[in-house]
Design a protein around this ligand. Structure first.
Ligand code: IPD
Ligand code: CA
Ligand code: CA
Ligand code: CA
Length: 262
């Protein structure tokens, strides 16, 4: 009973912090941005990514000083490595869809995921501009206070979320697969793509992602019968960038007819 209550309060705190971070972004996002290049001209970070990450790290560290944190904007050499040995681990993506944030001031999300010994306990994706928080407890997935249901759709009547490069190069057969669907959509934010899965607007999502991009979406979508796999059909490694997809478990046989590592 004690653990159950502790976990609930952790989730409640996480919801409060992510809402506060979103409010902060909305209040300040029309101020001039400080934009820096990371690995190349289209891999960007802003002062707001850094500030939101600092705010979330400060809250977690203040309330749960023993918990470990893997946050996107930490220096590569300083990043905590995902491991089952870690009892309490948070993953933070302070702004997912930084390019959209810069170019559109829309279609971005704040994401938090929480693991105990490698098991996802809860995830949160905050679609800031629509004020929609997607989250889960041990059993169910929610958009704000509305419980989400398992969508009853099949590939032929659905859209696929894709990474543009993987789609146009037919990576692992993605373009072939898409020809058995209604078509593809590219959002430029893993978080927003996951919200579209949770709302039943996309049946699956394929992209080249880091652990903080897929962690929250994976934990939440599992509550609706979704699984996340790499292109070999196994669990993602949580170690660096990897091509992964999230799809309904019941759709795996159909997907795996086309999606194969070559
Ligand atoms: C990126 C977005 C994008 C995906 C990239 C991610 P960031 O996250 O989710 O949609 O294609 O792989 O890195 O850098 O904006 O947090
Ligand atoms: Ca980034
Ligand atoms: Ca991201
Ligand atoms: Ca980010």
């Amino acid at each position: 009973m004690k653990n159950f209550l502790t976990e609930l309060s952790k989730l409640d705190l996480a919801k409060k912090w992510i809402h506060e971070a979103g409010e902060f972004l909305k209040a300040h996002m029309n101020e001039p941005l400080e934009i820096s290049e990371k690995t190349r001209f289209d891999d960007l970070v802003t002062n707001f990514d850094l500030t939101v990450q600092k705010q979330l790290v400060a809250q977690i560290s203040k309330h749960f000083p023993a918990d470990k944190i893997l946050a996107e904007e930490d220096e590569d050499g300083q990043k905590v490595r995902f491991s089952k040995e870690i009892a309490h681990l948070w993953l933070i993506d302070p702004i997912d869809g930084t390019t959209n944030f810069i170019a559109q001031r829309d279609n971005f999300a704040i994401m938090l995921a929480y693991y105990e010994h490698g098991k996802g306990k809860f995830g949160l994706i905050f679609d800031v501009m629509n004020d929609n928080l997607y989250w889960c407890d041990d059993e169910n997935a929610y958009r704000n206070e509305t419980q989400l249901n398992v969508p009853n759709i099949d590939l032929q009547h659905s859209l696929l979320g894709v990474n543009a490069y993987m789609y146009r190069t037919n990576k692992a057969g993605l373009l072939d697969l898409s020809q058995h669907s209604l078509g593809v959509r590219v959002t430029g934010s893993a978080g927003i793509s996951y919200t579209q899965i949770l709302d039943g607007k996309l049946i699956a999502y394929f992209s080249n992602l880091q652990p903080w991009d897929y962690a929250a979406g994976t934990i939440i979508s599992e509550k609706l019968g979704y699984v996340t796999r790499n292109l070999s059909g196994t669990q993602p490694s949580f170690d660096g960038r990897e091509e992964v997809y999230t799809a309904p478990a019941k759709l795996l046989p159909e997907i795996q007819k086309y999606i194969k590592m070559t």
